[in-house]
Design a protein around this ligand. Structure first.
Ligand code: PEP
Length: 251
């Protein structure tokens, strides 16, 4: 890869009590203290207040897995950007495939969240990725292009420096099936080209594009050796220090 730095993020999804989350965070702080890459953990909302002080001042950022599209108001069950910032959250994952496909979030809603998060100074990890049937129909590039273009509508070139894209083919998430490094790199290159068309070559060169989908210690280095793969968004393997640390410390 170029002079982009690697960024390894752990999405803990709907796992762990506060005590378990604190234990994992403490172990990762110790394991990664000499790590050379950029790191993030994204616990469940209920564990953010517990994990925040554990990672504060370390090389691990605090991330949330989602947020509301509105700043505040009558939105029962939602969590706002102001509340996340109050907890010290620095980054928010938006458009995860589980949000898109289980909870019906569409590109317009995700875009609203992206713009709101950026307006409040949060870093955004915007997830994109095709379903298996879309890949089999030869539509992977088109789907990823649409999700990127629509997800970033109204985002300025200045704001883009606070955006990370995570390419997560839906068929590879939590399934044990990983995209080959070549297939993943081809989509990353395509998305980088899309960013180039929208924002120019300099932004395209700089944007971090993570890969996600059954990343493990055994495949992390091969994936990240590819020119356009700048890190990983890790689900299952992020839940234990023994499986996350070797990915985070690759290279
Ligand atoms: C994810 O949900 O972002 C993910 C990549 O999960 P897994 O690593 O378990 O496939």
């Amino acid at each position: 890869m170029s002079d982009r730095s690697y960024y390894i993020a752990g999405n803990w999804k709907m796992h762990k009590t506060r005590a378990e989350a604190a234990e994992l965070a403490k172990a990762l702080v110790a394991e990664l203290k000499d790590g050379k890459h950029k790191y993030l953990v994204a616990p469940t909302f209920t564990s953010l207040e517990t994990v925040g002080p554990v990672v504060k001042g370390t090389n691990i950022r605090l991330g949330a897995q989602n947020m509301a599209a509105e700043e505040q108001g009558a939105h029962t069950g939602e969590v706002s950007v102001l509340q996340l910032k109050d907890l010290g959250v620095q980054t928010v994952i938006l458009g995860h495939s589980e949000r898109r496909h289980i909870y019906g979030e569409d590109d317009a809603l995700i875009n609203k969240k992206v713009r709101l998060a950026l307006r409040h100074g949060l870093e955004v990890i915007l997830c994109i990725g095709e379903l298996l049937e879309e890949r089999e129909a030869g539509r992977a590039e088109a789907v990823c292009e649409t999700q990127t273009v629509k997800g970033l509508e109204g985002v300025s070139a200045g704001e883009l420096s606070n955006v990370v894209i995570a390419y997560e083919p839906v068929w590879a998430i939590g399934t044990g099936k990983t995209a080959t490094p070549e297939d993943a790199d081809a989509i990353h290159a395509w998305v980088r080209k899309v960013i180039g068309k929208l924002y120019g070559a300099d932004c395209a060169e700089k944007i971090i594009i993570q890969y996600g989908g059954s990343v493990k210690a055994e495949n992390a280095a091969q994936l990240m050796a590819k020119e356009n793969i700048d890190g990983a968004l890790v689900g299952g393997a992020a839940l234990k220090p023994d499986t996350f640390a070797p990915i985070a410390k690759f290279g």
